[in-house]
Ligand binder design. Structure first.
Ligand SMILES: [Zn+2]
Length: 326
């Protein structure tokens, strides 16, 4: 590991500053010493936002030209194998530093931010994106990132580095779904297993499964069981397509899962003016839809959003079968 890339370290036994204090200090330091990041945050001040009222819910569109890097990213196996991995420590740009978390992950500032504080948390090793083995550390990150939500994009539904295990973090509540799931009228219970309560979100135009528990171990077992059932119903050995948000409040974890059937909608692949550059990952399917192109920001309407959400979400009957099979 390159010691000059380490800004500070955090382990559960760390004395001194909490992780939240460390990440804010890192962001301050990086804005001053890493010009690309400073430019990214300057650009964030110029972004435009527009609310779109859909059937039963609203989404926020964000015009963010810098996100073309991610929305337009080629994520096929060939392109990935030919590019230099931007999350590997040896390849980090001059000036970029991170916080070493539990000697396993590096907390980095995202140079194309969507949020006023946007972090990427990447494994110190170049290993593929796969949630199964990382649920434990996912939950500890959510707990240590006080006031933040940590999220995960599956290798085939939103991760722009599917070959390098990573999470991201943003301020809690910045993604609309986080508030929407708190409305009791939207909750359709799927029951309680041990210390884990689950519900689906109704009339939301996309499939969302929410799990809450104060017991990280039981939560992990529940999700592993869910993944097993998904693989069985979908007849695959690969990780099922999903986006996951996790936060920790009042001694309870909340996990919001979007099971997917598709990464990019058909409109993404249209030619010329007919193309709509929306590439849904956790943030977008969570209701903050990023459009890097001005034309899309102007033209996208409720019907377009509804169609995209429906097209990329797993079918309701399939999700019911998955839950029934647990
Ligand atoms: Zn890598």
């Amino acid at each position: 590991m390159l010691p000059q890339k380490i800004y500070s370290s955090f382990t559960s036994r760390s004395a001194g500053d909490s992780l939240s204090e460390q990440i804010l200090a890192l962001l301050d330091q990086q804005k001053k010493t890493w010009p690309q990041l400073a430019k990214g945050y300057e650009a964030l001040e110029l972004i435009r936002v527009r609310e779109v009222q859909c059937d039963g819910y609203s989404v926020r569109l964000q015009l963010n030209p810098k996100r073309i890097v991610s929305s337009g990213a080629k994520v096929d196996a060939k392109s990935i194998s030919e590019r230099k991995c931007f999350l590997c420590i040896d390849n980090l740009p001059e000036g970029q530093k991170g916080i070493l978390y539990q000697n396993q992950f590096l907390v980095l500032c995202n140079p194309a931010p969507i949020f006023s504080q946007h972090y990427t948390i990447s494994d110190v090793n170049h290993i593929p994106q796969e949630i199964e083995k990382f649920l434990g550390i996912f939950f500890s990150l959510a707990k240590d990132f006080t006031g933040f939500t940590v999220f995960y994009n599956g290798p085939k539904c939103g991760a722009s580095a599917p070959d390098h295990m990573h999470f991201q973090a943003c301020p809690s509540g910045a993604i609309p779904v986080e508030r929407d799931v708190e409305e009791v009228r939207r909750r359709s219970s799927i029951g309680k297993v041990g210390a884990v309560s689950g519900f689906m979100v109704r009339d939301y135009g996309r499939r969302v499964l929410v799990l809450e528990s104060a017991d990280g171990g039981e939560l992990e077992s529940y999700i592993l069981n869910l993944l097993r059932s998904m693989k069985k119903v979908l007849a695959t050995n690969e990780e099922p397509m999903l986006n996951i948000l996790c936060s920790f409040h009042q001694n309870t974890w909340r996990v919001i899962i979007f099971p997917r059937r598709k990464h990019r909608p058909d409109v993404y692949f249209r030619e010329g003016d007919a193309q709509v550059l929306i590439s849904p990952a956790a943030v977008d399917i969570g209701g903050l839809v990023i459009t890097p192109i001005e034309k899309d920001f102007q033209n996208v309407d409720a019907k377009m959003i509804q169609n995209i959400f429906e097209e990329v979400s797993i079918n309701k009957g399939v999700l019911e079968k998955i839950i029934g099979g647990m």
